[in-house]
Ligand binder design. Structure first.
Ligand SMILES: [Ca+2]
Ligand SMILES: [Ca+2]
Ligand SMILES: [Ca+2]
Ligand SMILES: [Ca+2]
Length: 322
C-alpha cells in the first residue's frame, strides 16, 4: 500500500498493536488525527517513509503523558516533544495532539520522601524537604499546620511556636506553577528525655526530737516538675512544691532519705540526704548528758597534755638525782 491517508480513526483495546506496519512495501502513507487508546502497543512501524502527522497535526496517543513526559506548555493543542513510533523505521509523530490545560499537568516529585522526625522538647525543629519538577520547576511548598510550623521556598520546615510533647501529623506539598503538586505525610514527635535538675542540691538535716520539721527542696525542668517522691513515707512526706515534713513523731536516729523530682515524661533527678533526729537527752540540755560533749573532749585533751608534761618533769628530776 502506498500514498494512503489514514485519519480520524479510533484505535483502541488491542491486546497487541493498535497499528502494525510490518511490511517494508507499506510506504509513504500518512496517519493523522487518529486516536490511540488502551492498546498493548499503540503503533509499530517497520515500513518505509510513512508519516505520522500531516505537517501540522498528528495523532492522539494515550501514553504520551507518561512515556514522553508529554506536555503542551504553550497551550496550542500540540504536544511540545515528538512521539516516537516503535519499530525499525524510526518514525515520529512531530505534532501529537495534546491538551493538558493551562501550562502542564505533571506533578512534582519528591527527591526523597519525607520521613518521621523526633525533636527534643524545647529544642528548635528544623527539617528540609526537597521536590523537583523537571518541566516547570517548584513554585512553592505548603504545610498543613501553620500554627506551629513554617515552610519556606526552599522546603525548610521550622517551628514557629513552642511544640508541646506529643506527635504532630504533618502533610507537606510541593507545587509547580500550574497548581500541580506532590504530597507527603510524616510525623514530628516531640519528646522530653532530659532529667530535671536540682536548684540547690538537698543537704543533710538535723531535727530535734518531737519538733515539727519542714525542709524545702526545689528542682526545675524545661518541661515542668510533675511531682516529687521520697523513699520513706512512714516518717516523712513531700508535697507538690517539694516541701518535706515529718509524719507523726519519728524516733531519734539516722534516716537516709532519697528524694526525687520527676518531670511529666518520667525523667527524674535524685538526691539522698541524712536526716538525724536528735535524741530526747541531747535535746534537753547540752553538756549535761552522759555523752562526751565537745567541751568535755577539749578538757580531756588538755588534761592528757598536762599529764604528759608532769611525767616529763618527773623523769628529768629522776635523771638529775641519779
Ligand atoms: Ca505546544
Ligand atoms: Ca498546556
Ligand atoms: Ca509540573
Ligand atoms: Ca525534662
Amino acid at each position: 500500500s502506498r500514498f494512503n491517508e489514514i485519519y480520524s480513526n479510533e484505535i483502541r483495546n488491542s491486546s497487541r498493536y493498535g497499528v502494525n506496519v510490518d511490511d517494508t512495501n507499506f510506504q509513504s502513507n500518512t496517519f493523522y488525527m487518529n486516536h490511540f487508546f488502551d492498546n498493548y502497543e499503540n503503533a509499530v512501524d517497520d515500513g518505509t517513509d510513512n508519516y505520522w502527522d500531516n505537517g501540522s497535526i498528528g495523532n492522539y496517543w494515550d501514553d504520551y503523558w507518561d512515556r514522553y513526559l508529554g506536555v503542551d506548555l504553550n497551550d496550542d493543542g500540540i504536544g511540545d516533544v515528538p512521539y516516537n513510533i516503535s519499530g525499525a523505521s524510526g518514525s515520529q509523530d512531530l505534532y501529537p495532539i495534546w491538551d493538558d490545560g493551562p501550562g502542564e499537568n505533571h506533578p512534582p516529585n519528591w527527591d526523597q520522601l519525607p520521613v518521621d522526625q523526633i525533636v527534643e522538647f524545647g529544642a528548635l525543629f528544623s527539617y528540609k524537604v526537597l521536590a523537583y519538577d523537571h518541566i516547570s520547576g517548584i513554585d512553592h511548598y505548603w504545610i498543613n499546620n501553620t500554627n506551629n510550623f513554617d515552610i519556606n521556598e526552599n522546603g525548610d520546615i521550622t517551628n514557629i511556636s513552642a511544640l508541646s510533647i506529643g506527635t504532630y501529623r504533618l502533610e507537606v506539598r510541593a507545587y509547580d506553577p500550574y497548581d500541580n503538586y506532590c504530597s507527603a505525610l510524616f510525623n514530628v514527635k516531640t519528646q522530653d528525655t532530659i532529667s530535671p535538675m536540682w536548684g540547690t542540691t538537698p543537704t543533710n538535716q538535723e531535727i530535734e526530737y518531737n519538733t515539727p520539721f519542714s525542709y524545702d527542696v526545689n528542682a526545675s525542668d524545661l518541661s515542668s516538675i510533675d511531682h516529687y517522691w521520697i523513699n520513706d513515707t512512714t516518717n516523712f512526706q513531700i508535697d507538690i512544691n517539694g516541701t518535706i515534713t515529718n509524719v507523726g513523731t519519728p524516733d531519734s536516729g539516722i534516716y537516709y532519705l532519697e528524694i526525687r523530682a520527676y518531670d511529666p515524661s518520667n525523667n527524674y533527678c535524685s538526691a539522698t540526704i541524712i536526716i538525724e533526729v536528735l535524741s530526747e537527752d541531747e535535746e534537753e540540755g547540752e553538756g549535761d548528758g552522759p555523752g562526751i560533749s565537745s567541751y568535755g573532749l577539749v578538757s580531756l585533751t588538755l588534761y592528757s597534755l598536762a599529764s604528759i608534761s608532769l611525767i616529763n618533769i618527773m623523769l628529768r628530776k629522776k635523771f638529775k638525782t641519779s
